[in-house]
Design a protein around this ligand. Structure first.
Ligand SMILES: Nc1ncnc2c1ncn2[C@@H]1O[C@H](COP(=O)(O)OP(=O)(O)OP(=O)(O)O)[C@@H](O)[C@H]1O
Ligand SMILES: [Mg+2]
Length: 268
């Protein structure tokens, strides 16, 4: 099968990796792709909860690697949409329970079954991150428009480059246009200036993200909230569709859209 293994990572914790993984997995599956979302956050797993599948977890991927079960016994099939699966992390193990070689082995197994393998990485730049990234071809880096997050993203991009991942693309999450307008938040152009990688999407701050996480129902199942639409656009861009960036901020010609126009050498 022609498959793509994509690690979703950030450096800094709490910036939206798990949210992004779950929403993109659902959006891709709804578009007919065969998808597995892999929770590589060993010990702190929560992708199962955000996806509403925690009650159906029996085995995890370490069980597969240790030969306690077969891959298809550990995969949790989502009943709401065809072709969507979760491969859970172990709750009671530590990040060094697996080696890089084992993670590569696991990704090779998943490539045989899935078109899209989305790996939710733990925070940090330690072994947990490396194990999440080692078997991936490409990476999505999540950053919020805040200096510490951008700095950590920069560090992680350097590591991903040294590991040979390509393409490495950026998602700016939790953008608040009003704060950008007020000069209180970095805008997307500022972030892109620093990180100098390709932008694949911008997700606004949106309360429905928190509600959906509590309900165990990723927004891309049905919702038409701003964040849901942003994740849908990102999933389409991932599959190679040319989806224009919307005009987030029409006022005073600044902010997101002006920045993006500048980036592509267009007149504001
Ligand atoms: N666009 C958004 N708007 C509002 N809240 C958001 C948005 N994105 C993420 N959040 C919230 O931020 C919190 C952290 O998100 P999430 O768990 O996806 O981050 P993470 O990078 O996976 O964290 P960790 O590093 O701990 O694994 C969650 O409560 C989530 O609901
Ligand atoms: Mg997470």
């Amino acid at each position: 099968m022609d498959s793509r293994v994509i690690v979703i990572t950030s450096g800094k914790g709490g910036v939206g990796k798990t949210t992004t993984t779950s929403n993109l997995a659902v959006a891709l599956a709804r578009a007919g792709r065969r998808v597995v979302a892999v929770d590589a956050d060993i010990g702190l797993r929560n992708l199962d909860v955000v996806m509403g599948l925690e009650n159906r977890v029996v085995y995890n991927f370490i069980d597969v690697l240790e030969g306690n079960c077969r891959l298809n016994q550990a995969l949790v099939r989502d009943k709401r949409v065809d072709n969507l699966f979760l491969l859970p992390a172990a709750q009671t193990r530590t990040k060094d329970a697996v080696s890089s070689e084992q993670m590569e082995e696991l990704c090779a197994l998943l490539r045989e079954e899935f078109e899209y393998v989305l790996i939710d990485s733990p925070a940090g730049i330690e072994s947990g991150f490396r194990n999440a990234a080692v078997g991936a071809d490409e990476a999505l880096v999540i950053a919020t428009p805040e200096v510490p997050s951008v700095r950590d993203a920069d560090r992680i991009i350097g590591l991903l480059e040294s590991m040979g991942k390509a393409p490495i693309r950026l998602i700016v999450n939790r953008l608040r246009s009003q704060m950008v307008r007020d000069g209180e938040m970095l805008d997307v152009t500022d972030v892109l200036d620093i990180l100098a990688i390709e932008l694949i999407g911008v997700v606004p701050e949106d309360d429905s993200v928190v509600k959906s996480a509590n309900r165990g129902e990723p927004l891309t199942f049905s919702d038409a909230s701003p964040a849901a639409l942003a994740f849908q656009r990102i999933s389409m861009r991932l599959t190679g569709k040319d989806v224009p960036f919307p005009k987030f901020d029409e006022e005073n010609g600044r902010g997101l859209f002006a920045g993006i126009r500048k980036l592509f050498g267009m007149k504001s």
